[in-house]
Each structure stands twice: as structure tokens, then as C-alpha cells.
Design a protein around this ligand. Structure first.
Ligand SMILES: Cc1cc2nc3c(=O)[nH]c(=O)nc-3n(C[C@H](O)[C@H](O)[C@H](O)COP(=O)(O)O)c2cc1C
Length: 387
């Protein structure tokens, strides 16, 4: 068993254990991957301000996200095909999140279905939908999420059209993988992954197959999704989805102050400053750069969260210091899941928690609500480098 000290350790194990096609699927951004890279490198530009001789006893990272108690201000982001990174991946990740005390978000494009995850989870989880142009599908999937007692709906608003990820095209990404010669050669070196996959029945898009007429294989699913993403999306349609749900709503994928104002105006309980992990508009700014302006504009009207590039507790602290009330983690939890299943996701949460706890203490803070702009040192020009 390798000694795991940080998220990068898990990423190395993940890379060894999971088929290349699915590693590449997670570890990619669109086109040149500039935004994907800068989500991470921009965090590294920021520095934390050390404080000494402050009583650090009795401190806690616990807080709330949309009124739900959380062990730290971190939620698991929706990630499609999680069940291809590890057999039954969504169930494993949901269980780890629940045990640790942070929210889990199930993607529409998951391998395990909503009902399946609900059967294996004891606490409510969140469900993510896309803005599809099919009211019938939207209504049915929202009803299924309600029946599964999901406690919030995450509406992803930055995917009207798909950004291109070169590696997925080159690898012929599909679930389950198509057995070409290169894929088979690679799978032969990932026997642990393969044995677990052979033992599960969950190998296809559980929320879609069997629920949408005519979708029965990867080709028909691709055709269906390409046709259903709503190129004509507008704010009224977003509002309609929010009303269809009628409960707590998180709008994810906002990177602009004006859009944040509109989202807050619609009554979203939270917005996620996000560029989809650098998978959509390549050349957009990193999420962390946009947090201060968006938090200043709407932070008193809605909860402002962020995602993109969070790989440590120090990153969580920097995001909160710049105005985010919470963060979501995508790839970080995927690394843990692919490396070691449920225990790996648990490890990710433990690593991030310890880093956050110790870093908060060294910054002289004992509770999340006291963390603020005074805890972070921002390089000159960082926040207004672009016009
Ligand atoms: C492999 C992968 C699949 C994703 N699938 C979805 C998805 O199905 N729905 C969604 O709203 N966002 C999806 N995202 C975006 C994440 O929810 C999140 O915004 C992003 O991963 C945050 O960046 P990070 O990975 O650097 O933490 C996906 C991201 C990755 C890496």
C-alpha cells in the first residue's frame, strides 16, 4: 500500500491503475488546455499570510453550504462516467462523501442511476442536470431526483455546446470501452480495474439507458446528447427548470459578473464560479481569478462557490479567503476513486481536510466564517490583469 501524503500521490496511483482512455478523459481540457492549466497555476500565484501567537485550540472547519451542515466547505462536483474510473464509482464516491460529511453531486451522465445511488446512500445527495431542450426528459429526470429525495438540484449552465477535447477523439472514448487493439493492450495492464468491472452490471449510462427511447448503445447516446443540448438556452428556460424542481438550486458554470447578477436575480441558492474544469471555453480566465469580483457583486444575495483547480486544503483556504463560501472538487476526487475506490475518495477528503485545518490554524483562524481577504496575499495586478 503506497504512502499517500497529498492529492498528487493519489494521481500517480490513479494513472497506473485506470485505463488510459478514462485517465485522459479526466485529465484533459478543451483545445489548447490553457484554462485547464491556469485553474491550477493561478492558485499557486496566491500566497497565504502567516500569523503567530493566536490561540488555535478548539478550531473547526465545519460550516454550512445552502443550509446543510458540512465538515468542511467542500462538495463533490458532478463528474460524468465516474463509474468507468472504478466499478460502481458513483456509489463509492457518494458513500465516502456521506461518511466524511460533505455533499455528493451525481451527474446526469453517471454510470450508476439516481435510484441505484439512493439505494446505497443513507443521506440525501445532490443531483446535476444539463439544460436540455427536451421538457419531457427534464420533467422525468427531475421527478426521479425528487423521488430519490435529492436535497438540491445543480443546474449546469455552461454546456449549451461541447468544447472539444482532443484526447477523447483520439482515444475513441466510450462507455464501456470499444475493444480496439490499442485499448485491449492498455486494458491488459489494468487487470484490477478489469476484474472489478467484470463483476458489476453497471457499465453504461444508468440515468439514460432504459429511460429514453432509442438509446441503447454508445453511438445512439452520443447522437441523443448532441441533439438535446439546448443551443437556444436563455434565462427564462433556466428559470423554468428551477421552477420545475421547486427546491434548492445551485447554478453551476458562471464566470462573469453580469451572468452572476442574473443568476442571483433568479433566486439561485448558490452559484458556482466555474469554467467546467477548463473543458468548455478554452482561453477563459481561471475560476479563482473571477471569484473576488463575483463575490463582491452578488455575495450578499446568493452563496458564491467556485470550482476548478482545487487540489489541496490550501486552495480551499485561498478560495474562501477571496470570497467563496465553498468549493467543489472534480478531478481531485476522481484521482482518489481511480486509485483506491471508496477508501481513495475518503483519503482525498482527509488530505484536503488536514491541509485546510493546519493551514487555517497557521493563518491564525479558528473558524471558516472568519477567513477573509486578510488571510491571502495577492500579487499586484492579479485581480485586474485583464480588461
Ligand atoms: C471527467 C470530468 C467529467 C465531468 N462531468 C461533468 C458533468 O457530468 N456535469 C457537470 O456539471 N460537470 C462535469 N464536470 C465538471 C466538474 O463538475 C467541475 O466543474 C470540474 O471538474 C472542476 O474542476 P477540477 O476538476 O479542476 O476540480 C466534469 C469534469 C471532469 C474532469
Amino acid at each position: 500500500m503506497p504512502v499517500i501524503t497529498c492529492i498528487d500521490d493519489l494521481k500517480r496511483v490513479y494513472r497506473r491503475r485506470v485505463p488510459r482512455m478514462f485517465y485522459d478523459y479526466a485529465e484533459s481540457g478543451s483545445w489548447t488546455e490553457q484554462t485547464f492549466r491556469e485553474n491550477v497555476t493561478d492558485f499557486a500565484e496566491l500566497r497565504l499570510r502567516q500569523k503567530i501567537a493566536v490561540d488555535m485550540t478548539g478550531r473547526s472547519t465545519a460550516t454550512e453550504m445552502i443550509g446543510e451542515a458540512v465538515a468542511m466547505p467542500v462538495a463533490i462536483a458532478p463528474v460524468g462516467l465516474t463509474g468507468m474510473q472504478r466499478a460502481d464509482g458513483e456509489i463509492k464516491a457518494a458513500r465516502a462523501a456521506e461518511k466524511f460529511g460533505v455533499p455528493y453531486t451525481l451527474s446526469t451522465m453517471s454510470i450508476c442511476s439516481i435510484e441505484d445511488v439512493a439505494r446505497h446512500a443513507k443521506k440525501p445527495f445532490w443531483f446535476q442536470i444539463y439544460t436540455l431542450n427536451d421538457d419531457d426528459f427534464n420533467r422525468k429526470i427531475i421527478d426521479r431526483a425528487k423521488a430519490a429525495e435529492c436535497s438540491a438540484l445543480v443546474i449546469t449552465v455552461d454546456l449549451q455546446i461541447l468544447g472539444q477535447r482532443h484526447k477523447d477523439l483520439k482515444n475513441g472514448l466510450s462507455a464501456p470501452p470499444k475493444l480496439t487493439i490499442p485499448t485491449m493492450l492498455n486494458l491488459a495492464t489494468k487487470w484490477g480495474w478489469g476484474i472489478e468491472m467484470l463483476q458489476t452490471k453497471r457499465r453504461f449510462f444508468g440515468n439514460i439507458v432504459g429511460h429514453v427511447e432509442g438509446v441503447s448503445d454508445p453511438a445512439s447516446l452520443s447522437a441523443w446528447t448532441a441533439e438535446k443540448f439546448d443551443a437556444a438556452l436563455n434565462w427564462d428556460k433556466i428559470k423554468k427548470l428551477m421552477d420545475m424542481w421547486g427546491g434548492k438550486v445551485i447554478l453551476k458554470g458562471i464566470l462573469d459578473v453580469e451572468d452572476a447578477e442574473k443568476a442571483a436575480g433568479l433566486g439561485a441558492d448558490a452559484i458556482v464560479v466555474s469554467n467546467h474544469g477548463g473543458r468548455q471555453l478554452d482561453g477563459a480566465l481561471s475560476s479563482i481569478r473571477m471569484v473576488p469580483a463575483i463575490a463582491a457583486a452578488v455575495g450578499d444575495k446568493t452563496e458564491v462557490w467556485m470550482d476548478g483547480g482545487v487540489r489541496s486544503g490550501q486552495d480551499v483556504l485561498k478560495a474562501v479567503a477571496l470570497g467563496a463560501r465553498g468549493v467543489m472538487i472534480g478531478r481531485a476526487f476522481v484521482y482518489g476513486l481511480g486509485a483506491m475506490g471508496e477508501a481513495g475518495v475518503m483519503k482525498v477528503l482527509e488530505v484536503i481536510h488536514k491541509e485546510l485545518d493546519v493551514s487555517m490554524a497557521l493563518c491564525g483562524e479558528t473558524k471558516v466564517s472568519s477567513v477573509g481577504r486578510h488571510n491571502v496575499l495577492v500579487p499586484k495586478g492579479f485581480l485586474d490583469a485583464f480588461d
